[in-house]
Design a protein around this ligand. Structure first.
Ligand code: TYC
Length: 154
């Protein structure tokens, strides 16, 4: 039994201009059935029908394979905001533990936030960005620091 994946039902007649255009429904099925990129399935068992099988009106289900529609996921920047109270060392540790930064890089990002008011910790897909924000806010809250972390579409 072959799984029907990424297929579109080919309904109706062959396209206008085709030499098969204007033929009856059975011939339309025949056209689809013999079409190079098409496959035919038995509508009751959903098993593929071989080209040697006779074409049965109402039983042959003609389908056309189509390319799967893939889309790149949207990306989100995770942003750290400055405040006057969170210790610098704590921010560096957050950047190391949540964002897997080396101490040098974590220190540079922390100082960027400290001097400019905000800084990018990384760019992630929605769920990962959301999880990182929750982790930062959770640890900060637990340690009673007012550190703020947010995300925005990039
Ligand atoms: N401005 C803080 C201080 O002087 C340090 C700090 C850096 C706080 C980055 C938050 O996201 C931050 N202690």
């Amino acid at each position: 039994m072959q799984l029907m994946k990424n297929v579109r039902l080919r309904l109706g007649e062959p396209p206008a201009g085709s030499i098969y255009n204007g033929l009856g429904r059975q011939q339309a099925t025949l056209w689809t059935y013999r079409h190079r990129r098409s496959k035919s399935y038995d509508s009751r068992t959903m098993t593929e029908r071989k080209s040697s099988d006779p074409i049965v009106e109402g039983q042959d289900l003609a389908v056309e394979e189509i390319a799967p529609k893939l889309k790149r996921p949207s990306l989100y920047r995770v942003i750290l905001l400055n405040d006057d109270y969170t210790p610098m060392e704590f921010v560096v540790e957050i950047l190391e533990s949540v964002f897997a930064m080396e101490r040098n890089r974590a220190t540079r990002v922390m100082l960027e936030v400290h001097t400019k008011g905000r800084g990018i910790c990384g760019v992630f897909t929605y769920e990962i960005a959301e999880t990182k924000v929750a982790q930062v806010m959770g640890i900060a809250e637990q340690q009673q620091h007012p550190l703020l972390c947010t995300m925005e579409e990039s």
